[in-house]
Write a protein of this length. Sequence first.
Length: 637
Amino acid sequence: MDNLLSKLEAILIKDPRLMVDGKLLRNKVIELSYKLDAQLLELLMSDPTIEKYFFTQVNGTKIFDSRKFQELVSNKQFLPDSYTSFKNKIGLIDDNDHFISEKGDVELVWPYKDCVLEGGQSKDEQQRDEIFWNETLAPDQIDRLLYPKVLTNFSKYTVDGFQKLNHISLDDNLIIKGNNLLALSSIRRKYEGKIKMIYIDPPYNTSGSGDTFSYNNSFKHSTWLTFMSNRIRLAKELLTNDGFIAIAIDHVELFYLGVLVDEIFGRENRVGIVSVVHKPEGRNQEKFFATSNEFMLVYAKNKSIAKFTSVILDEEKKKEYNKSDEKGVYKLNNYLRSGGGDHNLRVNKPHFFYPIYVNPDTLEISLEYQNGLVEVLPITSSGQERTWKTKKDTFIERLNEGEIVAVKEADGTITINEKYRQGQLIKTHWIGKRYNAINNGTKVLENILGSKEFSYPKSLYTVQDIINICTNKDDIVLDFFAGSGTTAHAVLNLNKEDGGNRKFIIIEQMDYIRNVTVERIKKIIEQFGKGSFVYCELLQLNECFIDEIKASQTDEQLMNIWKKIKESDFLSYKIDINIFEENITQFKELSMINKKKFLIETLDKNMLYVNYCDIDNGDYSIDDYIKSINRQFYEGV
């Protein structure tokens, strides 16, 4: 046995994977044997004694006895002082012993990740059996699912009320009713690379369990990840290269969503995670902590070129910026470097100490001495020689840009000042009263609609402030979980405050869009006395059958509809036509109400919308007006 152990050790040390600090790694040897590692097996077979002991010939094929090998290696006589290969670092590794922290291709994996989930729903209480379309096994179905859809029920609302829409363009605000995945795929052709900012407040569970979420209680956690992944990947294509996405989320899904969006946008493009105190008093029904905040994940499409807009969110801080020119508002800061301790003394930074000359009458500035000019040096009132904020060359650049001015103080002294335009550095904790979701979310909506029609809307100012720092005055903002319309309201409110012309696109499939979302934005436009939006819906496919079924008066009419349904592609996958036909007598014995209900149930809820490529199909009876507006939207004609 001793001879065998020695031989084995002598062979194994030839594999550098099994060595650290000159010692064989028992655990690594066992691990590779479990995996039937080809390199290890070849090494073992290179010695006749070892091969004979651990391999058996079966019909000319060598079979490795891994159990026998592992028992021997586990024997304390073998490698009694064996070291672990993981003694120096703690962390996760891949199959090649590379630490995950050192790799850039780590992914979050979950069931159904390789699928597309339509996730359709039109009422709060509605649930459905979702179909997962596998990207490998059903690419044709996915392609067709994501074809642009026909838009219908167009109307335009202005301060003069609803009007017939005759023209649609990028200049229009849009409210779209329909499944958000399919709506996103529909607007992709027109808006790809044109949207500066996406804000979404997606459905997530607020009850403390990670297993379901309130949007549709039949969703499980992995389904939620698929649901979100499909939509965020598609939405990314709509962003400008310097665009941003901000996602509201609670603590339950924060970590999973963060890893998911890291994967889609790249961890290097994560801008920050903001904690928003939306309920300062905390939830009063919690078992442990009384949750008082939620989070907002902010990512750039390309962080290297994306920039926040220079804005001030704090109302008190805004008052400090009391001057303006053609470039915008600013405040004056002394160009003398007063902070930084001894580091900014003349003796330590001599190149930052130089004279600046000022005309005392016109306050014109020069670095060249002329008769009558006053010399100004970076010296404090106590006589301490400090420095200017920049060297001479940078000072000249800023002076030529109009960013440096001289000011004659009340005591007659002259100071050199810069126009400070950077605004407020945005902190990652938002704790002001403006972010309270009750006062500036629920109550704002109640005041607009006159009643409580929607639960837990976001604070208007939470959404407005993130839009403010991520967009310029002519940008487009998208929200594909529109809810009560807070994002559209925030865009209009911000435009009113700064004179901007931002546009919004909001998407919502729930039925409350008509009496909550649309009504809210309609009333805001009336209140502001300016603005407009276009409302439209994705044209439902099975709705044609549903309308026919509901309008039917006789059994004959219903049977004719059934004939058309079974010849179409719109049947639910649960329905077996043969079984239905075999039991047609029982169907005919049902009441008219139950017959209609049954036929509606046979329709596939995952085949809800008409594809734009089928707009001329006579079966859908699409009129010329709808065709004309759709062609404007999709083709610009």
